[in-house]
Ligand binder design. Structure first.
Ligand code: PAF
Length: 287
């Protein structure tokens, strides 16, 4: 496995590649990321007999953090990340310094549509999806992948990237990887590392609240009786009673994340974000 820090090193490492499969990350990797890496590896091996390369990027992207968020304290664990990537089928790691990816202030930005980017995560983290779209677009330009793999754990992010690729005419196939969960059901996340032991034991309650809403949505839709706002409020209250501060816990349509208002026969998804102590967790479940 090669580790490239500059654009020139990356271009040298990828020269002559017949297919490029890309997994963008911010590092501090866990099994969820490694699952995405394995998907990329399998795709390359299934599609080309030789010359295909898997690429992972590790870059903590300042543009997607608000000033009060955890950019400075976000764990940087490059050596460990590289060892994990190598053991999971990665050919090339791109780990640029900030001055290489942003040699001057990034004045040009990718502006995602507000109906997708200003709701849910975007409502609570203004500018987040501008930062994500801008860096992902830039990384796509640099890596020139044929396909890229993103986790469904960041459901709205995956949707924003899919829409960006479609509207900007980028010739990149986007693959969504399933969320990896701990044995108790907690979705793996780099930010789980911020939780105390007591918070870690409590953290599963977010996925349980999502499950409650998903089951109620399925059963209520089958019966033709579904009071979505009441159910969402029960879910949020159950978290508040346990000391959480929910930002949202909501039932949406999978295809555009618009609200579900009553019994529904279309594919739905429950999304939630809530703070437990100082840690903000997000999760979702497809219905
Ligand atoms: O999901 C992440 O880790 C980041 O948002 C991404 C896609 C690597 C962009 O910085």
């Amino acid at each position: 496995m090669k580790v490239a820090h500059t654009l020139a090193e990356l271009q040298a490492a990828l020269a002559g590649a017949s297919l490029r499969a890309f997994v963008p990350t911010m590092g501090n990797l866990h099994q969820g990321h490694l699952d995405l890496m394995q998907i990329a590896r399998k795709q390359v091996d299934a599609r080309v007999a030789s010359g295909g390369r898997t690429v992972a990027s590790i870059f903590v992207n300042r543009l997607q953090f608000a000033p009060h968020e955890d950019f400075d304290s976000y764990p940087r664990t490059l050596a460990n990340d590289c060892a994990l990537l190598e053991a999971n089928g990665c050919d090339v790691v791109f780990a640029p310094a900030e001055k290489d990816l942003y040699p001057e202030p990034q004045g040009f930005k990718v502006l995602p549509p507000p109906e997708l980017a200003d709701i849910l995560e975007g409502a609570f983290r203004p500018g987040f999806f501008v930062g994500v779209s801008t860096v992902v677009h830039k990384l796509f330009n640099i890596v020139q992948p044929n396909l890229a793999v993103f986790g469904k754990k960041d459901y709205q992010q995956l949707m924003v990237i899919r829409r960006m690729v479609k509207q900007m005419g980028l010739p990149i196939e986007i693959i969504g990887g399933e969320t990896r969960r701990a044995d108790d059901g907690l979705a793996l996340s780099s930010r789980n590392g911020y939780l105390s032991d007591a918070e870690r034991a409590e953290a599963v309650q977010l996925s349980m609240a999502l499950k409650f809403l998903a089951v109620a949505a399925r059963e209520g839709s089958a019966k033709g009786q579904l009071d979505v706002p009441a159910l969402e409020e029960i879910g949020r209250q159950s978290l508040r009673k346990r000391g959480w501060l929910p930002d949202y816990l909501t039932l949406r349509l999978q295809h555009d994340l618009s609200p579900v208002t009553g019994p529904c026969q279309q594919a739905m998804v429950v999304l939630g974000a809530a703070k437990l102590g100082n840690t903000r967790l997000i999760d979702n479940l497809e219905v």
